[in-house]
Design a binder for this molecule. Structure first.
Ligand code: HEC
Length: 464
């Protein structure tokens, strides 16, 4: 298909695409998470007759209103950029998902109406009609969630297409197999919990700084309350992630093995490790915080213990990282770190329960920023992992470099059988011509002569 591809004046095309999506997605995810939690906080405040919850809910909604227009405006840029830079992808993708795209437009319009007229403008006026007001809060949360479901359906399709991408000239409109593709439930739940986790940790960090700068005692009390509840929720919401992440990885391993290997030790691996480093930063800060602040609350403590146990389980399922050499060293290393951490908590078990000092407020803010970076990096890892394809094995990006295409081929034909891309580096003989000749003869392996050339070219360059 020869649709005209618009050249970018400076910087590669993917940078433009990446930047415009990065301007929109943090706003969209934050608004969706805030609007999901606002009616819950409002309801708790209403039941407990505690106005602090009401104020918190209201502030989340007001903040969402401020971000709503810029978020939407930036969002309109995304299809514009795709249309010019990736026209064939857009024509075919918008073709298979025309009706979901229209549905998200309808939900978006509905959201504007219920959120603006039913929830935001009526906050003070309906103080005595709380149930009706909360109902509108729930409706705006549902419309927001529906939009997220739709984008996660058609977004996850790009990684694990459950149905072939139709041609430009085949009107499709809707494909249930494409929409409910294998990674859709994982992407959705992963994002749902991650959005709550990162936005609440970030909000907790910001409230902590507001606490620091508040002068009036009542204001200080409120910000301490708001920082505590949001930060704690952000931490606890995280513990769904190892399980969802594990399931997600398994689905990728099966349905998009090249992307899986790119993340697990391949060319997206360093970004994934950066993401995990950020996760460790906020987990450590938040766990110590929760322990100091809430160590006498059995519910929270048992939740956190379950979280720690699940982390241990996760690490013991995970194959040893390269740096540790053997599986035994790996097991010893993470056990020492976790036991050391528990011992540290034991040592500080008698500290003052107030976490009101200035360093603590900054630590919470840093945890919030780390959570945001982990979230942002997560999207980037997913995006880069399936390069150079815009839809995994269905359509390749127009600016693909020969090296990228060859790399994909090597992963697809060789790495999938060898469980990690690192084995190529470890193979010191480097006799690639003979090696590939041997490998292609193995039963079940199907590599054409043309592919052999490309594979050898890549291996010689990458592992001389
Ligand atoms: C059907 C599965 C399969 C595929 C596909 C496959 N290999 Fe292998 N490969 C093996 C097996 C089995 C061995 C022998 C056992 C071993 O040494 O790990 C092996 C051995 C090797 C070794 C020697 C490892 C060593 O340390 O001695 C290299 C290098 C290698 N393969 C490279 C490749 C390359 C390059 C490709 C792609 C062209 C490829 N393999 C595709 C299964 C596969």
């Amino acid at each position: 298909m020869d649709l005209p591809v618009i050249p970018t004046p400076l910087l590669p095309r993917w940078v433009w695409m990446e930047e415009v999506t990065y301007s929109h997605i943090p706003i969209a995810t934050l608004v969706t998470a805030f609007l999901f939690l606002a009616p819950i906080f409002e309801y708790i405040g209403y039941r407990r007759k505690d106005m602090r919850y009401d104020r918190l809910a209201k502030s989340l909604v007001f903040f969402s209103m401020i971000l709503f227009s810029p978020g939407a405006a930036l969002g309109t840029g995304i299809p514009m950029f795709i249309i010019g830079l990736y026209p064939e992808f857009w024509s075919r993708w918008a073709n298979i998902f025309f009706w979901p795209l229209i549905a998200q437009f309808v939900f978006f319009t509905l959201e504007v109406v219920v959120l603006f007229f039913g929830y935001y403008l009526t906050w003070d006026r309906w103080m005595n009609r709380k149930r009706l007001h909360i109902l509108f809060g729930v409706l705006s949360a549902l419309t927001g969630m529906s939009i997220q479901i739709i984008w996660d359906g058609i977004g996850s399709y790009m990684m694990t297409p459950g149905a072939p991408l139709p041609g430009v000239n085949e009107p499709v409109g809707w494909s249930a197999q494409g929409f409910f593709n294998p990674s859709f439930p994982y992407l959705f739940t992963h994002r749902f919990f991650a959005n709550i986790s990162y936005t609440m940790l970030l909000a907790g960090g910001v409230f902590a700084l507001k606490y620091l700068h508040a002068k009036v005692k009542e204001e200080k009390n409120y910000f301490a309350f708001a920082a505590d509840i949001t930060f704690s929720i952000g931490f606890l919401a995280f513990f769904a992630m190892p399980f969802i992440g594990w399931g997600y990885a398994k689905i990728l391993q099966h349905n998009a093995p090249v992307a899986f290997h790119a993340i697990m030790g391949g060319h997206s691996g360093s970004k994934f490790i950066f993401k995990m480093a950020m996760v460790s930063v906020f987990l450590t800060i938040a766990a110590v915080y929760l322990f100091i602040r809430h160590r006498d609350k059995p519910v929270i403590l048992s939740f956190a213990t379950a979280g720690l146990a699940s982390l241990y389980l996760f690490l013991s399922w995970h194959p040893a990282l390269d740096w540790f050499g053997s599986t035994a060293t790996w097991r010893i290393a993470y056990t020492i770190v976790l036991v050391g951490f528990i011992a540290f908590l034991w040592v500080i078990r008698k500290t003052d329960k107030q976490v009101t000092s200035e360093p603590w407020q900054w630590a919470m803010f840093i945890a919030g920023i780390a959570a945001f970076l982990a979230f942002a990096m997560g999207g980037f890892v997913r995006e880069r992992a399936r390069q150079p394809h815009t839809v995994y094995k269905q359509i390749i990006k127009p600016e693909v470099l020969p090296r990228e295409a060859d790399e994909f081929l090597v992963y697809d034909k060789c790495v999938v059988c060898h469980s990690t891309p690192k084995f190529l580096d470890r193979y010191k003989k480097r006799d690639w011509v003979e090696r590939v000749k041997v490998e292609r003869e193995r039963p079940g392996v199907d590599i054409t002569d043309d592919e052999v050339e490309h594979i050898i070219r890549y291996l010689r360059e990458r592992y001389p």
